[in-house]
Design a protein around this ligand. Structure first.
Ligand code: BG6
Length: 493
């Protein structure tokens, strides 16, 4: 596409938190890295009446606050004129008039390409898409003047509502125009998982039920619900984290190699994996889940005083295909935990026979691979070694490790939204979720939601803030004849 055709990123929900914390700082960083073409302009839309200057000022303060070392007054001064503001309620036809006028004045005679970003309440997604279509803004006049829409999460509240929403927006948009966000896919380490699995030969022959005993995927957070109590109490951890982030990670851990790194081939393989995950009955799901709620959650603003919403959950999933049959996947996530850490742990099987004597009561630690998504992004492989200079043969685990920080020193891991915004601009949907992925993910998680929310569901077990979750989650693993593996994020050294 020629540099001359204007490209406009329109952010609906421009006065919101996500715009200030993530979207504008990411666009600013892309600009600093010279990755934002000169023809790109950004228009904020929301109901708050603001002038261009006021919007730029607000965003300047946000970037200063949320960009850490990336803040640079000169760079900001160069970037800020790209920012425009059009007040309006985009869920109504009148609310788009200012934006329409803006396009007419600024796109010139060539017309322009447009990327719409819906960072608004999920209940408005359908309405805004319908209004955009009604105003003639979603139909590309020519292939060059593309129209794309990024839709934030949550996409639906359950399988039925996600399907409805897909149907609603597909009346106006083709699937190739829709970019559904899961910001975990924009994380470097999640993409590195693809490279690790499919850019090397070493691990792939072992990546199956013959060598792997089980997989653990943990996304632990230290934060509580903060100001989002109202949303969170209706969502809970299963909708907020499992249906999207954890299942996406699991899909990449488990999928087959796509023939090419293209959006459709990649997503076809992810869907195949998701389809191979057994959807349990509600009864089976109650047996494959443990839930918790952090102490004090019921006093959070926006939370119902007798809420049963889980802020922690651990579940077991099985994948019924040739590669994974019999290998349980344990997924857990929670808020107000001891550390902020996202890790994938691959527990390999033990050697069929051990010829080295172990001290009485000692257990062999079998090979383990940990992929740390954040923080301290890296990969650790644990294996047995001989302890030197002992009277007898003594073995102990040692580690080989790759750390981003060391191997790529001086490179700051970018914010996930940088990658995603850039990809949407160039039309690469690989790291966005397709409608079938979303619908299948809901179908997998729904029985667990029933198990946690039904009338007869037990209350979530209370856990201490700053712990690793409810004590019962350990019992859950005992019953599954496994234990939670130590997390790198919990290490003190
Ligand atoms: C969001 C959830 O999708 O992901 C939040 O809604 C959660 O509740 C956040 O805190 C975690 O993202 P990250 O990138 O901080 O791990």
């Amino acid at each position: 596409m020629s540099e001359q055709v204007p490209q406009t990123i329109v952010i609906f929900g421009a006065s919101g938190d996500l715009t200030a914390r993530k979207l504008i700082p990411s666009l600013y960083r892309l600009d600093r890295k010279k990755r934002l073409p000169g023809c790109v302009r950004i228009v904020g839309v929301s109901r708050t009446p603001l002038s261009n200057e006021e919007f730029q000022k607000r965003m300047g303060e946000a970037v200063k606050q949320f960009s850490g070392n990336d803040w640079n007054a000169e760079d900001w001064a160069r970037f800020a004129p790209r920012l425009n503001y059009c007040p309006g309620d985009a869920s109504t036809a009148e609310g788009l008039v200012n934006l329409q006028n803006w396009f007419e004045t600024h796109e010139g005679t060539t017309g322009g390409a447009r990327l719409f970003y819906l960072s608004v309440a999920p209940s408005l997604y359908g309405q805004i898409v319908a209004q955009l279509a009604g105003a003639g803004m979603t139909k590309p006049p020519t292939a060059d003047l593309w129209r794309r829409i990024i839709i934030e999460k949550p996409f639906g509240h359950d399988a039925a509502s996600a399907k409805l929403l897909n149907e609603e927006i597909r009346q106006y948009l083709r699937e190739e125009q829709i970019y559904r966000i899961d910001h975990y896919l924009g994380k470097e380490t999640v993409q590195n998982l693809l490279v690790f699995r499919f850019g090397n030969t070493l691990f792939e022959p072992l990546w199956n039920a013959n060598y792997i005993d089980h997989v653990q995927i943990t996304v632990a957070e230290t934060v509580k619900v903060g100001t989002r109590g109202d949303y969170y109490d209706k969502a809970g951890v299963l909708r907020d984290m499992f249906q999207n982030h954890l299942l996406q990670i699991m899909a990449i851990v488990g999928m087959e190699a796509p023939a090419k790194y293209t959006a459709d081939m990649l997503r076809n393989e992810k869907v195949k994996l998701l389809e191979a995950i057994t959807v349990p009955t509600d009864e089976e799901a109650s047996d494959a889940i443990w839930t918790g709620q952090y102490e004090g959650y019921l006093r959070e603003k926006g939370v119902a005083p007798s809420s049963k919403t889980p802020t922690y959950s651990a579940i077991r999933l099985n994948v019924d295909n040739w590669r994974w049959r019999g290998v349980p996947f344990f997924l857990r996530s929670g808020k107000a935990l001891a550390s902020r850490t996202s890790e994938i742990q691959i527990q390999f099987r033990c050697p069929p026979h051990l010829m080295f004597p172990l001290p009485p009561g000692a257990k062999l630690e079998c090979n383990r691979l940990a992929i740390c998504i954040q923080p301290n992004e890296g990969i650790h492989l644990r294996f047995q070694t001989k302890v030197p200079d002992q009277e007898k043969m003594v073995i102990a685990p040692s580690e080989m490790e790759f750390q981003y920080e060391k191997s790529y020193s001086g490179v700051t891991i970018p914010e996930a939204y940088e990658r995603l915004l850039q990809d949407a601009l160039i039309g690469d949907a690989s790291l966005f979720m397709r409608s079938d992925e979303i619908e299948r993910s809901w179908a997998i998680i729904e029985p667990f939601i029933h198990a946690a929310e039904s009338e007869k569901a037990p209350n979530p077990e209370e856990y201490i803030v700053g712990s690793m979750g409810p004590v019962g989650a350990d019992g859950f693993m005992d019953r599954n004849l496994r234990e939670w593996l130590p997390l790198y994020g919990n290490r003190t050294n």
